[in-house]
Design a binder for this molecule. Structure first.
Ligand SMILES: [Cu+2]
Length: 847
């Protein structure tokens, strides 16, 4: 029997208790502003969605079959799931879920002062010295708190020792501010969390559908299912917006990360091992080590730094003192060989340095190129392809003098009159001014623990390109990689002129040929073949589905894209969201993109995942700007059927939008989890409880969607087929057996690979429909396995059976191991590699 029962129990408990979930009134304070039901603007979709703030699915006539499924209340996730994915131990049936966001090697309280934050969020307590009173909202008269105003008082809550000592002097902007948590419980924990989905309280919630109503008490309900998994487990680098790929043995490879100067980790290959739940050893950057070793009574260096600040103010022209500022003894990039500049900004001395000499000590596995937002793709040979990503010209500094001083005619810093901060320092401006696109792919080889650059196959793509390995012949090594433009930041072309619309140019990349090319060190654009243009780029959800016949022949290999961006017909310099759905099938002789039925309204950042029955669920998406929440966010779930290209809008919908930082995951019990996004976005204007919106009210959440296939026509729970026996491993070309309960008629058998999606970039997840024969009398199925690794990339899979009524089983966890041959490489090829590797070692040592 599959060991996962808890989710089923939870599922049935939730359904049977529907409407009986007690609402917690303790700590359930007045919403902000006071709730006025006449101002609530939501579609009244009875009996599928009601205005009830306690439970929008609480109507007695609600039928999940007719309404397209059911949605759970919000579940606290304690950290933000910008990144996340199912992590499996070798022999476990229930995965864990690893999730994290910016500042992953720290705790929220390392970054911001809880006390200052409290005052900002509350809005009525006196503010500490140096933090200006935030502007008041003209509508509500209330202090805007920590977030809403762009001059954000949030910067006042940032520990300056963190900003300078750990963060390269950058202001903490955008998603970095999600450390400011309303829930006190979540402030002192690490920003990387491991969520044990098998824990009895993993999905416990206080039954609230509205984020604004979630409480501190509610957050405690499932906290015991979460465990710190960052610095305390060996993470030494920032893995915010890395590429992420899973190896055959379940380990997760992270390439690159946060594009901030200090402790950036952009060259790094970090590896997480689910067996030990620890990170592979990497040299610790000295400032992070110093932070960890700081005296107990001065954990944030504040006293340690104080004498240095004073010295600066006493003699601001003393260059030697300036250069020594903000770095602890033996942890100074200047003496470590990097160049530094100090300027006076934000009313404080401000240091910038160039060169990662000290903050990124070299490791053998380092990439040649620093990358933020790269794609990492597990290849059929269990190596990892790294594509795209950006670096930054660090020598430009965080801010530039841009304003002409009328008195002197010279350029000076453009200061915000209210906050006194430089305007640049309050935005991502410094990054955008100095972005460098990485065009050279690299391959990480886990056996050699090193990365090899493919200078010969340069490919221009916006970051987080979509990439999928496809089969090109009958042999083990007959595969190439499909690549099309990335999920975001195509607007960042920088000085290289790569900006603008990329038209979804779709390429076939012969990775093996590029690697074997004796001239792989010579810059070129070889080994890439143009296939077709998608006609949209940037920020679309995708789904990948294959079907294999009983002889191992590929019947179809479909890649489907949902929405994305197209040029704005009204403004040639801008892009807008599109509703287009397109499909390309690489089992066809001349694959090209074909239009399918569109999604119900234009959206970027659609979140999509294949389901066990071969359909694709689309949950959440970000529409074009509109004052109405339901117009600017696709709250309704949608079901795409790849068999006929139709896309159906379901009546079930969420109460919160999840934009580029949200994710969707199929879980082994055939339910679907929507998770993530910046919690500062989760109570937007148009919210049911707080119609004016309030970023301070945001809480990190997940929600579970129960697809209609789990229910009978009358709305009751359907009987599910059960996998009684199935192997732990599926080997290429080897038929295997599944035992189901006697008399159960099975319609389809599928393997679904699990991975770590982010930013609607869902590479590495694929649905594979397998041929089988069934002896229903005995309950036995003989299933024909994929025959080559291009059909089923080595790694963790969920094996599902679906019965004749369309009801899926709970999945059996199976691993697909690497397919090996004796003639791995020719000797001369090996020699070539050694030469390159030696060269790379020298280069790394010089950095
Ligand atoms: Cu992002």
């Amino acid at each position: 029997m599959p060991k996962w029962k808890s989710a089923l129990i939870i599922l049935s408990a939730m359904v049977s208790c529907w409407g009986l979930i007690p609402s917690v009134s303790a700590h359930d304070g007045e919403p902000n502003p006071p709730f006025d039901p006449t101002k609530v603007q939501i579609t009244d979709d009875i009996p599928c969605f009601s205005k009830s703030l306690a439970n929008p699915y609480g109507h007695p006539g609600y039928n999940p079959k007719l309404c397209g499924g059911l949605l759970s209340p919000k579940i606290a996730t304690h950290t933000t799931g910008v990144h996340g994915g199912l992590i499996w131990k070798n022999d476990s049936e229930i995965p864990k879920y690893l999730l994290w966001f910016r500042h992953p090697e720290f705790r929220a309280e390392d970054v911001v002062s809880s006390e200052v934050l409290e005052r900002l969020i509350d809005g009525d307590l006196p503010l500490p010295l140096g933090v200006t009173d935030a502007p008041r909202n003209p509508l509500t008269g209330r202090n805007e708190g920590a977030f809403r105003d762009p001059r954000s008082n949030f910067q006042g809550a940032v520990r300056q020792s963190y900003a300078w000592g750990m963060y390269g002097g950058f202001s903490i902007v955008g998603h970095g501010r999600s450390v400011a948590r309303r829930i006190h419980l979540d402030r002192g924990i690490e920003d990387v969390q491991m969520w044990d989905l098998s824990h009895p309280l993993a999905f416990a919630s206080e039954g609230k559908y509205d984020v604004a109503k979630m409480t501190e008490a509610g957050a405690h309900l499932n906290k015991s299912a979460f465990k710190d998994s960052g610095f305390s487990k060996g993470l030494r680098y920032n893995i915010y917006c890395p590429g992420q790929a899973k190896l055959a043995d379940g380990r997760v490879v992270f390439v690159g990360g946060n594009n901030m100067n200090s402790n950036n980790g952009q060259y790094k290959v970090n590896i997480f091992d689910p067996e030990t739940e620890t990170w592979a050893p990497r040299a610790t950057p000295c400032h992070r080590a110093a932070w960890a070793a700081a005296p107990h009574d001065d954990p944030f260096f504040e006293h340690l730094f104080a004498p240095l600040y004073e010295a600066f103010f006493d003699d601001p022209t003393n260059a030697a003192k300036k250069a020594a500022l903000y770095f602890l003894p033996n942890c100074n990039p200047v003496t470590g060989g990097a160049r530094a500049t100090v300027t006076m900004e934000m009313g404080f001395p401000f240091i910038r340095y160039e060169g990662p000499t000290v903050t990124s000590p070299p490791d053998r596995s380092d990439m040649r190129y620093a990358r933020w937002y790269p794609t990492a793709l597990t290849l059929p040979n269990n190596k990892v392809l790294v594509l795209s990503g950006v670096d930054q010209n660090e020598s430009l500094g965080t801010t530039k003098p841009t304003k002409i001083d009328p008195a002197t005619g010279r350029k000076v810093l453009d200061l915000d009159p209210v906050s006194g901060y430089t305007k640049d320092a309050l935005t991502d401006g410094p990054f955008r001014d100095s972005v460098i696109f990485q065009v050279v792919p690299e391959i990480y080889d886990p056996e050699a623990d090193r990365t090899r650059a493919l200078e010969n196959a340069r490919l221009i793509s916006p970051v987080y390109p979509h990439a999928f390995p496809i089969q090109t012949g009958p042999g083990r090594d007959d595969w190439k990689v499909v690549v099309f433009p990335g999920s975001l930041l195509s607007s960042l072309g920088g000085d290289q002129g790569f900006g603008g619309f990329h038209d979804g140019k779709t390429w076939l990349f012969d990775v093996r040929a590029a690697l074997a090319d004796p001239k792989r060190g010579t810059p070129g654009e070889k080994h890439l073949t143009f296939v077709d243009s998608l006609g949209a780029d940037n920020r679309m959800g995708t789904a990948e589905l294959l079907e294999i016949d009983k002889k191992g022949k590929l019947l179809s290999h479909k890649i489907i894209s949902f929405g994305g961006q197209i040029p704005d017909p009204a403004n040639p310099d801008a892009v807008i969201a599109t509703d287009q759905v397109k499909m390309i099938d690489f089992a066809e002789p001349n694959p090209h993109w074909k239009s399918q039925q569109p999604i119900y309204q234009a959206a970027t950042n659609s979140k999509s995942t294949p389901l066990p029955d071969g359909t694709v669920i689309i949950g959440a998406g970000q529409g074009n700007p509109d004052p109405a929440l339901e117009k600017r966010a696709n709250l309704h779930f949608q079901l795409h059927n790849p068999a006929d290209g139709t896309t159906k809008k379901l009546r079930v919908k969420s109460t919160v939008p999840r934009s580029s930082h949200g994710n969707i995951h199929l879980l082994p019990d055939a339910t679907v989890m929507l998770v993530g996004d910046d919690h500062t976005n989760s109570v937007p204007v148009g919210d049911r409880v707080a119609p004016f919106g309030d970023p301070d009210l945001g809480v990190d959440t997940a929600e579970i969607y129960y697809p209609a296939y789990l229910f009978n026509a009358d709305g009751s729970l359907a009987d599910r087929p059960a996998i009684v026996e199935a192997p732990d491993e599926v080997k290429y070309g080897k038929d295997f057996h599944i035992e189901v309960e006697k008399g159960t008629r099975i319609k389809t058998v599928a393997l679904i690979r699990t991975g770590l999606p982010t930013h609607s970039q869902s590479a590495n997840i694929r649905y594979i429909k397998l041929a089988f024969e069934q002896d229903a009398r005995k309950g036995e199925l003989t299933v024909h396995a994929p025959v080559v690794p291009a059909q089923a990339i080595p790694g963790d899979y969920m094996l599902f059976v679906v019965d004749k009524n369309g009801v899926p089983s709970v999945a059996k966890h199976v691993r697909v191991p690497v397919m090996r041959n004796d003639d791995e490489r020719h000797e001369h090829e090996k020699h070539e590699e050694d030469e390159h590797d030696r060269h790379e070692d020298e280069r790394r040592a010089k950095r």
